[in-house]
Design a protein around this ligand. Structure first.
Ligand SMILES: CC(C)(COP(=O)(O)OP(=O)(O)OC[C@H]1O[C@@H](n2cnc3c(N)ncnc32)[C@H](O)[C@@H]1OP(=O)(O)O)[C@@H](O)C(=O)NCCC(=O)NCCS
Length: 347
Protein backbone atom coordinates (compact mmCIF):
# COMPACT_ATOMS: atom_id res chain seq x y z
CA UNK A 1 0.00 0.00 0.00
CA UNK A 2 1.36 3.49 -0.86
CA UNK A 3 0.87 6.15 1.77
CA UNK A 4 -0.35 9.59 0.63
CA UNK A 5 1.68 12.64 1.80
CA UNK A 6 -1.01 13.54 4.32
CA UNK A 7 -0.45 10.14 5.97
CA UNK A 8 3.31 10.65 6.06
CA UNK A 9 3.61 14.36 6.84
CA UNK A 10 1.53 16.14 9.45
CA UNK A 11 0.56 19.81 9.50
CA UNK A 12 -0.11 21.65 12.76
CA UNK A 13 -1.09 25.22 13.63
CA UNK A 14 1.33 27.05 15.93
CA UNK A 15 1.05 30.28 17.89
CA UNK A 16 4.57 31.66 17.74
CA UNK A 17 3.93 34.36 20.33
CA UNK A 18 3.64 31.62 22.99
CA UNK A 19 5.50 28.68 21.38
CA UNK A 20 8.30 27.00 23.35
CA UNK A 21 11.99 27.58 22.64
CA UNK A 22 12.11 24.05 21.18
CA UNK A 23 9.48 24.79 18.53
CA UNK A 24 11.00 28.18 17.69
CA UNK A 25 14.47 26.60 17.46
CA UNK A 26 13.13 24.13 14.89
CA UNK A 27 11.55 26.92 12.87
CA UNK A 28 14.68 29.02 13.13
CA UNK A 29 16.67 26.10 11.67
CA UNK A 30 14.17 25.78 8.83
CA UNK A 31 14.36 29.53 8.19
CA UNK A 32 18.15 29.38 7.88
CA UNK A 33 18.08 26.36 5.57
CA UNK A 34 15.62 28.07 3.25
CA UNK A 35 17.61 31.33 3.44
CA UNK A 36 20.79 29.45 2.46
CA UNK A 37 19.13 28.63 -0.85
CA UNK A 38 17.88 32.17 -1.48
CA UNK A 39 20.70 34.29 -0.01
CA UNK A 40 23.73 32.00 0.37
CA UNK A 41 25.91 35.11 0.76
CA UNK A 42 24.21 35.98 4.09
CA UNK A 43 25.24 34.50 7.45
CA UNK A 44 22.54 32.50 9.31
CA UNK A 45 20.19 34.47 11.55
CA UNK A 46 21.00 33.64 15.21
CA UNK A 47 18.26 31.75 17.08
CA UNK A 48 17.84 34.58 19.64
CA UNK A 49 17.21 37.12 16.86
CA UNK A 50 14.64 34.88 15.16
CA UNK A 51 12.93 34.13 18.49
CA UNK A 52 12.58 37.76 19.61
CA UNK A 53 11.20 38.72 16.21
CA UNK A 54 8.47 36.07 16.08
CA UNK A 55 7.60 36.72 19.73
CA UNK A 56 7.29 40.48 19.27
CA UNK A 57 5.43 40.90 16.03
CA UNK A 58 3.24 44.00 15.76
CA UNK A 59 -0.12 43.29 17.41
CA UNK A 60 -2.06 44.68 14.45
CA UNK A 61 -0.38 42.13 12.19
CA UNK A 62 -2.81 39.21 12.60
CA UNK A 63 -0.78 36.19 11.72
CA UNK A 64 -1.53 32.48 11.51
CA UNK A 65 1.32 29.98 11.22
CA UNK A 66 1.50 26.30 10.41
CA UNK A 67 4.39 23.87 10.30
CA UNK A 68 4.73 20.49 8.66
CA UNK A 69 6.60 17.56 10.21
CA UNK A 70 8.15 14.50 8.59
CA UNK A 71 7.54 11.01 10.10
CA UNK A 72 10.66 11.45 12.25
CA UNK A 73 8.87 14.60 13.58
CA UNK A 74 11.45 16.95 12.05
CA UNK A 75 10.01 20.30 10.88
CA UNK A 76 10.35 20.36 7.09
CA UNK A 77 8.02 23.17 6.00
CA UNK A 78 6.10 26.18 7.19
CA UNK A 79 3.28 28.36 5.96
CA UNK A 80 1.71 31.55 7.21
CA UNK A 81 -0.94 34.08 6.34
CA UNK A 82 -1.22 37.67 7.56
CA UNK A 83 -3.98 40.24 7.68
CA UNK A 84 -3.10 43.78 8.73
CA UNK A 85 -5.74 45.25 11.06
CA UNK A 86 -6.71 48.54 9.36
CA UNK A 87 -9.65 50.45 7.92
CA UNK A 88 -8.72 49.46 4.34
CA UNK A 89 -7.31 46.39 2.56
CA UNK A 90 -9.24 43.94 4.71
CA UNK A 91 -9.62 41.76 1.60
CA UNK A 92 -5.82 41.32 1.37
CA UNK A 93 -3.83 38.46 2.87
CA UNK A 94 -0.06 38.02 2.61
CA UNK A 95 0.98 34.40 2.62
CA UNK A 96 4.09 32.29 2.32
CA UNK A 97 4.91 28.60 1.99
CA UNK A 98 8.44 27.19 2.30
CA UNK A 99 9.39 23.52 2.02
CA UNK A 100 12.91 22.15 2.57
CA UNK A 101 14.45 21.14 -0.79
CA UNK A 102 14.72 17.44 0.14
CA UNK A 103 10.97 17.26 0.83
CA UNK A 104 9.66 19.04 -2.26
CA UNK A 105 7.24 17.61 -4.83
CA UNK A 106 5.45 15.56 -2.16
CA UNK A 107 2.39 17.82 -1.87
CA UNK A 108 3.47 19.46 1.38
CA UNK A 109 2.98 22.94 -0.08
CA UNK A 110 -0.49 21.85 -1.18
CA UNK A 111 -1.32 20.77 2.39
CA UNK A 112 -0.17 24.15 3.74
CA UNK A 113 -1.98 25.98 0.94
CA UNK A 114 -5.21 24.24 2.03
CA UNK A 115 -4.76 25.62 5.58
CA UNK A 116 -4.16 29.14 4.26
CA UNK A 117 -7.27 28.91 2.06
CA UNK A 118 -9.41 27.49 4.88
CA UNK A 119 -8.36 30.48 7.03
CA UNK A 120 -9.78 32.84 4.38
CA UNK A 121 -13.24 33.03 5.95
CA UNK A 122 -15.06 35.35 3.56
CA UNK A 123 -15.49 35.70 -0.18
CA UNK A 124 -13.65 38.50 -1.94
CA UNK A 125 -10.33 37.77 -0.28
CA UNK A 126 -7.16 38.05 -2.37
CA UNK A 127 -4.08 36.11 -1.23
CA UNK A 128 -0.63 37.50 -2.11
CA UNK A 129 2.57 35.47 -2.36
CA UNK A 130 6.14 36.65 -3.03
CA UNK A 131 8.60 34.93 -5.34
CA UNK A 132 12.20 35.52 -6.37
CA UNK A 133 14.24 34.36 -9.35
CA UNK A 134 16.83 32.55 -7.22
CA UNK A 135 14.30 29.86 -6.26
CA UNK A 136 12.30 29.07 -9.42
CA UNK A 137 10.14 26.40 -7.73
CA UNK A 138 8.05 29.15 -6.08
CA UNK A 139 6.98 30.46 -9.49
CA UNK A 140 6.19 26.95 -10.77
CA UNK A 141 4.08 26.18 -7.72
CA UNK A 142 2.13 29.44 -7.93
CA UNK A 143 1.46 28.96 -11.67
CA UNK A 144 0.09 25.50 -10.90
CA UNK A 145 -2.11 26.87 -8.13
CA UNK A 146 -3.58 29.43 -10.54
CA UNK A 147 -2.05 32.62 -9.05
CA UNK A 148 -1.11 35.50 -11.37
CA UNK A 149 2.00 37.71 -11.32
CA UNK A 150 0.86 41.26 -10.51
CA UNK A 151 3.97 43.33 -9.75
CA UNK A 152 7.55 42.73 -10.81
CA UNK A 153 10.50 44.25 -9.00
CA UNK A 154 14.01 43.69 -7.72
CA UNK A 155 15.82 43.60 -4.44
CA UNK A 156 18.44 46.27 -5.07
CA UNK A 157 21.59 46.37 -3.03
CA UNK A 158 24.20 49.02 -2.28
CA UNK A 159 27.72 47.94 -1.31
CA UNK A 160 28.69 50.60 1.23
CA UNK A 161 32.43 50.19 0.52
CA UNK A 162 31.77 51.41 -3.03
CA UNK A 163 29.65 54.45 -2.19
CA UNK A 164 30.75 57.71 -3.79
CA UNK A 165 31.06 59.61 -0.51
CA UNK A 166 31.71 62.95 -2.21
CA UNK A 167 28.43 62.66 -4.13
CA UNK A 168 26.56 61.64 -0.98
CA UNK A 169 28.02 64.68 0.80
CA UNK A 170 26.88 66.93 -2.07
CA UNK A 171 23.37 65.47 -1.93
CA UNK A 172 23.19 65.85 1.85
CA UNK A 173 24.10 69.53 1.35
CA UNK A 174 21.34 70.27 -1.23
CA UNK A 175 19.34 71.90 1.57
CA UNK A 176 16.54 73.38 -0.63
CA UNK A 177 15.36 76.83 0.50
CA UNK A 178 12.23 76.72 2.64
CA UNK A 179 12.66 73.20 4.05
CA UNK A 180 14.25 71.66 7.13
CA UNK A 181 15.03 68.12 8.27
CA UNK A 182 13.57 66.49 11.40
CA UNK A 183 15.18 63.25 12.63
CA UNK A 184 13.36 60.53 14.55
CA UNK A 185 15.49 57.70 15.94
CA UNK A 186 13.37 56.42 18.82
CA UNK A 187 9.57 56.48 19.21
CA UNK A 188 7.65 58.96 17.05
CA UNK A 189 7.03 61.98 19.32
CA UNK A 190 3.44 63.25 19.60
CA UNK A 191 4.30 66.58 17.93
CA UNK A 192 5.55 64.79 14.77
CA UNK A 193 2.88 62.06 14.66
CA UNK A 194 0.78 63.85 12.02
CA UNK A 195 3.87 64.48 9.87
CA UNK A 196 4.86 60.82 10.03
CA UNK A 197 1.34 59.73 9.08
CA UNK A 198 1.47 61.97 5.98
CA UNK A 199 4.95 60.60 5.21
CA UNK A 200 3.88 56.96 5.42
CA UNK A 201 0.65 57.61 3.49
CA UNK A 202 2.69 59.16 0.66
CA UNK A 203 3.86 55.58 -0.02
CA UNK A 204 0.37 55.14 -1.48
CA UNK A 205 1.74 57.00 -4.53
CA UNK A 206 4.37 54.27 -5.22
CA UNK A 207 3.49 51.95 -8.14
CA UNK A 208 1.43 48.89 -7.15
CA UNK A 209 1.16 47.36 -10.63
CA UNK A 210 -1.93 45.18 -11.07
CA UNK A 211 -2.15 44.22 -7.40
CA UNK A 212 -5.43 44.37 -5.48
CA UNK A 213 -3.91 46.66 -2.84
CA UNK A 214 -5.83 49.85 -2.05
CA UNK A 215 -4.49 52.93 -0.25
CA UNK A 216 -3.57 52.57 3.43
CA UNK A 217 -4.55 55.20 6.02
CA UNK A 218 -1.86 55.01 8.68
CA UNK A 219 -3.00 55.64 12.28
CA UNK A 220 -1.11 56.65 15.45
CA UNK A 221 -2.08 53.26 16.92
CA UNK A 222 -0.31 51.44 14.05
CA UNK A 223 2.79 53.61 14.35
CA UNK A 224 3.02 52.97 18.10
CA UNK A 225 2.50 49.25 17.48
CA UNK A 226 5.38 49.12 14.92
CA UNK A 227 7.62 51.20 17.19
CA UNK A 228 6.90 48.90 20.15
CA UNK A 229 7.63 45.79 18.08
CA UNK A 230 10.87 47.24 16.72
CA UNK A 231 12.09 48.32 20.15
CA UNK A 232 11.31 44.89 21.65
CA UNK A 233 13.46 43.22 18.99
CA UNK A 234 16.41 45.55 19.52
CA UNK A 235 16.27 46.94 15.99
CA UNK A 236 17.34 50.54 15.45
CA UNK A 237 15.66 53.08 13.22
CA UNK A 238 16.59 56.30 11.50
CA UNK A 239 13.70 58.28 10.05
CA UNK A 240 14.15 61.71 8.50
CA UNK A 241 11.33 64.02 7.54
CA UNK A 242 11.72 66.96 5.15
CA UNK A 243 9.41 69.64 6.54
CA UNK A 244 8.10 72.65 4.62
CA UNK A 245 8.96 75.58 6.90
CA UNK A 246 6.10 77.88 5.89
CA UNK A 247 3.33 75.35 6.65
CA UNK A 248 4.98 72.76 8.90
CA UNK A 249 3.71 70.13 6.45
CA UNK A 250 5.62 67.00 5.51
CA UNK A 251 7.39 67.31 2.15
CA UNK A 252 9.06 63.89 2.17
CA UNK A 253 10.76 61.18 4.22
CA UNK A 254 13.05 58.21 4.17
CA UNK A 255 13.60 55.51 6.81
CA UNK A 256 16.18 52.81 7.56
CA UNK A 257 16.07 49.87 9.96
CA UNK A 258 19.18 48.16 11.37
CA UNK A 259 19.61 45.16 13.64
CA UNK A 260 23.02 45.28 15.41
CA UNK A 261 22.69 41.49 15.82
CA UNK A 262 22.53 41.08 12.03
CA UNK A 263 25.19 43.70 11.41
CA UNK A 264 26.01 43.26 7.71
CA UNK A 265 22.77 44.68 6.31
CA UNK A 266 20.71 47.85 6.64
CA UNK A 267 17.11 47.63 5.40
CA UNK A 268 15.66 50.58 3.51
CA UNK A 269 12.01 51.18 4.37
CA UNK A 270 9.86 53.71 2.53
CA UNK A 271 11.10 56.83 0.75
CA UNK A 272 8.52 59.28 -0.57
CA UNK A 273 8.24 62.93 -1.56
CA UNK A 274 4.77 64.48 -1.41
CA UNK A 275 3.72 65.26 -5.04
CA UNK A 276 3.43 69.06 -4.47
CA UNK A 277 7.07 69.12 -3.31
CA UNK A 278 8.66 67.01 -6.05
CA UNK A 279 11.34 68.08 -8.58
CA UNK A 280 13.27 70.27 -6.12
CA UNK A 281 15.92 67.76 -5.15
CA UNK A 282 14.24 66.71 -1.88
CA UNK A 283 14.53 63.00 -2.75
CA UNK A 284 18.31 63.25 -3.25
CA UNK A 285 18.67 65.49 -0.19
CA UNK A 286 16.99 63.11 2.25
CA UNK A 287 18.65 60.01 0.77
CA UNK A 288 22.08 61.67 0.90
CA UNK A 289 21.57 62.93 4.48
CA UNK A 290 20.34 59.49 5.54
CA UNK A 291 23.27 57.62 3.97
CA UNK A 292 25.77 59.92 5.68
CA UNK A 293 24.06 59.20 8.98
CA UNK A 294 23.99 55.43 8.37
CA UNK A 295 27.69 55.34 7.46
CA UNK A 296 28.49 57.20 10.66
CA UNK A 297 26.14 55.32 13.02
CA UNK A 298 26.48 51.76 11.71
CA UNK A 299 30.12 51.25 10.64
CA UNK A 300 29.80 47.42 10.69
CA UNK A 301 27.19 47.44 7.92
CA UNK A 302 28.32 46.32 4.47
CA UNK A 303 25.07 46.61 2.51
CA UNK A 304 21.82 48.50 2.17
CA UNK A 305 18.94 46.49 0.69
CA UNK A 306 15.79 47.92 -0.80
CA UNK A 307 12.90 46.36 -2.72
CA UNK A 308 11.73 48.44 -5.69
CA UNK A 309 9.05 47.89 -8.32
CA UNK A 310 10.69 47.81 -11.76
CA UNK A 311 8.19 50.47 -12.87
CA UNK A 312 9.30 52.92 -10.16
CA UNK A 313 11.44 55.09 -12.46
CA UNK A 314 11.73 58.01 -10.02
CA UNK A 315 13.04 55.91 -7.12
CA UNK A 316 15.30 53.85 -9.36
CA UNK A 317 16.82 57.05 -10.83
CA UNK A 318 18.00 58.04 -7.36
CA UNK A 319 19.00 54.55 -6.22
CA UNK A 320 20.93 53.73 -9.39
CA UNK A 321 22.98 56.92 -9.07
CA UNK A 322 23.77 56.03 -5.48
CA UNK A 323 25.15 52.70 -6.72
CA UNK A 324 22.30 50.28 -5.91
CA UNK A 325 22.46 47.19 -8.14
CA UNK A 326 19.91 44.41 -8.66
CA UNK A 327 20.60 41.42 -6.39
CA UNK A 328 17.58 39.31 -7.32
CA UNK A 329 14.24 39.73 -9.11
CA UNK A 330 11.10 39.41 -7.00
CA UNK A 331 7.40 39.49 -7.76
CA UNK A 332 4.05 39.68 -6.06
CA UNK A 333 1.56 37.00 -7.14
CA UNK A 334 -2.13 37.03 -6.30
CA UNK A 335 -5.01 34.58 -6.31
CA UNK A 336 -8.66 35.21 -5.42
CA UNK A 337 -10.17 32.98 -2.76
CA UNK A 338 -12.60 31.33 -5.22
CA UNK A 339 -9.76 30.17 -7.48
CA UNK A 340 -7.68 29.23 -4.43
CA UNK A 341 -10.51 27.07 -3.07
CA UNK A 342 -10.84 25.36 -6.45
CA UNK A 343 -7.16 24.30 -6.38
CA UNK A 344 -7.34 23.37 -2.68
CA UNK A 345 -10.33 21.09 -3.39
CA UNK A 346 -8.26 19.38 -6.04
CA UNK A 347 -10.45 20.19 -9.05
C1 LIG B 1 7.27 26.50 -3.83
C2 LIG B 1 7.38 25.37 -2.81
C3 LIG B 1 6.73 25.86 -1.52
C4 LIG B 1 6.59 24.13 -3.34
O1 LIG B 1 6.62 23.12 -2.34
P1 LIG B 1 6.30 21.57 -2.68
O2 LIG B 1 5.96 20.91 -1.39
O3 LIG B 1 7.39 21.01 -3.48
O4 LIG B 1 4.97 21.66 -3.58
P2 LIG B 1 3.86 20.50 -3.74
O5 LIG B 1 4.54 19.18 -3.81
O6 LIG B 1 2.81 20.62 -2.69
O7 LIG B 1 3.25 20.86 -5.15
C5 LIG B 1 1.94 21.43 -5.31
C6 LIG B 1 1.71 21.54 -6.82
O8 LIG B 1 2.67 22.46 -7.41
C7 LIG B 1 3.43 21.78 -8.42
N1 LIG B 1 4.85 22.18 -8.30
C8 LIG B 1 5.54 22.41 -7.14
N2 LIG B 1 6.82 22.70 -7.42
C9 LIG B 1 6.95 22.65 -8.76
C10 LIG B 1 8.04 22.83 -9.65
N3 LIG B 1 9.28 23.14 -9.20
N4 LIG B 1 7.82 22.70 -10.99
C11 LIG B 1 6.58 22.39 -11.46
N5 LIG B 1 5.50 22.20 -10.65
C12 LIG B 1 5.69 22.32 -9.33
C13 LIG B 1 3.30 20.32 -8.09
O9 LIG B 1 3.49 19.49 -9.22
C14 LIG B 1 1.89 20.22 -7.52
O10 LIG B 1 0.96 20.16 -8.59
P3 LIG B 1 -0.37 19.24 -8.49
O11 LIG B 1 -1.31 19.97 -7.57
O12 LIG B 1 -0.85 19.16 -9.90
O13 LIG B 1 0.03 17.94 -7.92
C15 LIG B 1 8.84 24.95 -2.57
O14 LIG B 1 9.47 24.69 -3.80
C16 LIG B 1 9.64 25.97 -1.82
O15 LIG B 1 9.71 25.93 -0.60
N6 LIG B 1 10.30 26.94 -2.53
C17 LIG B 1 11.02 28.00 -1.82
C18 LIG B 1 10.06 28.98 -1.15
C19 LIG B 1 9.24 29.77 -2.19
O16 LIG B 1 9.69 30.13 -3.26
N7 LIG B 1 8.02 30.10 -1.84
C20 LIG B 1 7.23 30.96 -2.71
C21 LIG B 1 5.89 30.42 -2.90
S1 LIG B 1 4.97 30.84 -1.47
Amino acid sequence: MTLSPSQIYTVEAVDLSTASDDVIRELSGLHNEIARERVPEDPPVPFEVFATRVRNRPKLMRMRDWLARAPDSRVVARGFVVRYEADTNQHLREASIEVLPAHRRRNIAKMLFREIVAAGETDGIVIEFFTNDRVPSGVEFLKRVGAKEKLTGHMNQLALSEVDRAMVRDWAAIDPAGYRLAWIDAEVPAELMRNVIVAYDTMNTAPRGETAMDDWNTTPEQIRDWDRSRRATGRERRLVLAIHNATGETAGYTELIYDPNVPHVIWQQGTAVVPAHRSQGIGKWIKGAMLERALRDWPAARLVRTGNADSNAAMLAINTRLGFKPAWAQSIWEIGITDARRYARGS
